[in-house]
Design a protein around this ligand. Structure first.
Ligand SMILES: Nc1ncnc2c1ncn2[C@@H]1O[C@H](COP(=O)(O)OP(=O)(O)O)[C@@H](O)[C@H]1O
Ligand SMILES: C=C(OP(=O)(O)O)C(=O)O
Ligand SMILES: [K+]
Ligand SMILES: [Mg+2]
Length: 550
């Protein structure tokens, strides 16, 4: 099963991301000790890849003549190449141990970009060629949002992604995102969008309207809607993209006046506010996983998706319940459960929710509709930090490049937002409308990729990463010793050459049983095992850990 977000657990070896990169030019590094003479690893520099001069080398494969010849999967995917030493290479290079193909395979090593990229698949990207273009562009995870489309449609997308992986050697994971018990509008009778003008009177109703849908009517999916709203309430569509004021209630119908005009999109999210506060009332009593969600989850399990993201999580219980449900339904399955943090309730129970989950998503779209917008950045920072401390992958989602739904270039503010998420060391960034129904999905992905690579490099070179405050995890004396060593090793890696040595240290520690949660959380839960090779440091450190362990 493909998996692209990184999960480091003591029992599971690191697993890294695959993707396809056209190669263009080479830099050579001399390599020692493999098998018995000097070898060189060729580092491929690629134009449209995560590579730039130092930050993102990928080992290129298969000159087919000497030494290691393995191509790991598809033709122009990365692999290992070994050469006889050359004068110039030996003079200019850094000494590292050669990496075997088997080691690379074990780590699924492809790219050094540590920030993983998730694309929501929609009408703009569901074709096989479109999916392939995204995979080439660096998509690590394809997300299907069960809020939209039919199960048959989603199944078709899954089948295409799988085919892409099998036939072309990618390893794009699949994330299924549940609809959840949110209040949202109906699907506008097939229209892509409808404009609501200032001052217009619209009817929101739990009644299902026939086709053609009467003008200025909106179906609402929540039965208690008309009872819960009051005259004077504000009705926000998509967190405020369009705003209405409730002026009258007539049975199941709620008449509203448009106060902020804008485009209504099918199935857009609805929230209502009273005296400046979000009204939750009976909606808050709805189950996190609706009966439709359970059917979708059965579908996801049957399809063997890699991740199930749960919308509007309120507590850890629902996550635990789902995890045992998945375990009972699919023995040996490693479907990971991602908690979407997008409600006030989820913020209240943040730590226990994250602890119970395999990862979290900062779902800023709905979060921004539930808490004041100016509080979203600090909430994001807190969630990302907590996830790192608890060693859980974290995704930052929604509106990263919103303007690119319509325009081929992002705003400077969007680039700054993406940079900040990378700087916070979020494990993954997610595109929503930009890739699902935007006009420039490939360009949006390219922006995420280039900004991620650039910011990662910048922070690495400047050694700007602040030390993380982590809880003690060792319970026994032996664990505490490991923990102290891990700490020191991590510190050493940071002080010496963060970018290169840390991954080597992780591998040493991992191999010799000294890896614990602490170290993983300290360094890179998101995977950045550079070169996958074992540096000359390896032999020294390995001896230390060998002694310690035996
Ligand atoms: N499977 C799909 N079929 C049709 N449209 C989709 C699909 N997935 C996403 N979209 C479109 O892309 C937009 C952005 O996707 P997303 O952020 O996942 O959903 P939402 O806007 O409901 O939170 C949606 O509002 C919808 O217009
Ligand atoms: C990612 C989110 O969830 P969805 O797109 O499913 O509403 C969000 O609300 O930001
Ligand atoms: K959803
Ligand atoms: Mg949401």
């Amino acid at each position: 099963m493909s998996r692209s977000l990184q999960f480091f657990t003591p029992s599971r070896a690191p697993y890294f991301t695959l993707h396809k990169l056209p190669s263009t030019s080479y830099t050579r590094f001399p390599v020692i000790n493999f098998p018995s003479k000097k070898h060189y690893i060729t580092i491929t520099k690629s134009l449209s890849s995560d590579l730039d001069a130092a930050s993102s080398q990928v080992l290129d494969s298969g000159n087919g003549q000497t030494g290691v010849s393995g191509v790991l999967s598809a033709d122009n995917v990365v692999a290992v190449q070994s050469h006889a030493p050359s004068e110039s290479g030996a003079a200019a290079g850094i000494e590292v141990d050669a990496v075997t193909e088997a080691e690379l395979k074990e780590n699924g090593f492809r790219s050094t970009r540590r920030t993983k990229l998730i694309c929501t698949i929609g009408p703009a990207t569901c074709g096989f060629e479109q999916l392939e273009a995204l995979a080439v562009g660096g998509m690590n995870v394809a997300r299907i949002n069960m809020c939209h489309g039919t199960r048959e449609w989603h199944q078709m997308v899954i089948e295409r992604v799988r085919r892409l992986n099998e036939e072309k050697g990618f390893a794009v994971a699949i994330m299924m995102d549940t609809e959840g018990s949110e209040i949202h509008m109906g699907d506008l009778g097939g229209a892509a969008s409808v404009k609501a003008e200032d001052g217009e009177i619209w009817t929101f109703s739990v009644r299902a309207f026939g086709t053609p849908r009467p003008e200025r009517t909106i179906n609402v999916n929540y039965d208690g809607f008309a009872e819960d709203v009051k005259v004077g309430d504000e009705l926000l569509v998509d967190g405020g993209m369009v705003r209405f004021e409730v002026i009258e209630k007539i049975g199941p119908d709620v008449k509203c006046r448009c106060t902020d005009p804008g485009l209504l999109l099918p199935r857009a999210n609805l929230t209502f506010w009273r005296d400046g506060s979000l009204v939750r009332e009976r909606n808050a009593m709805l189950p996190t996983i609706s009966s439709k969600d359970w059917l979708d989850i059965d579908f996801g399990i049957a399809e063997g998706v890699d991740f199930i993201a749960i919308s509007f999580v309120k507590s850890a219980e629902v996550i635990k319940h789902l995890k045992s449900y998945i375990a009972a339904r699919s023995r040996g399955s490693d479907i990971a459960v991602i908690a979407k943090i997008e409600s006030i309730d989820s913020l209240k129970n943040l730590e226990e929710i994250i602890q119970a989950s395999d990862g979290a998503m900062v779902a800023r779209g709905d979060l921004g509709a539930q808490i004041p917008l100016e509080q979203v950045p600090s909430a994001q920072q807190k969630i990302v930090q907590l996830c790192r401390q608890l060693n859980k992958p974290v995704i930052v989602a929604s509106q990263l490049l919103e303007s690119m739904i319509e325009y081929p270039t992002p705003t400077r503010a969007e680039v700054a937002d993406v940079s900040e998420a990378v700087r916070q060391r979020a494990d993954a960034l997610m595109l929503s409308g930009e890739s699902a129904m935007g006009q420039y999905p490939d360009k949006a992905l390219a922006v995420l990729r280039s900004v991620s690579v650039r910011i990662e490099k910048w922070w690495r070179e400047e050694k700007r990463h602040e030390a993380m405050v982590l809880p003690d995890v060792g319970t026994s004396f032996a664990d505490s010793i490991s923990e102290e060593i891990c700490n020191s090793a991590a510190k050493m890696g940071k002080n010496l050459w963060f970018w290169f040595y840390n991954p080597c240290l992780i591998m040493c520690l991992h191999k010799y049983g000294c890896v614990n949660l602490y170290l993983h959380a300290y360094i890179y839960p998101a995977s950045m095992c550079h070169l996958s090779s074992l540096s000359s440091l390896w032999s020294k450190v390995k001896r230390a850990f060998y002694i310690l362990r035996h």
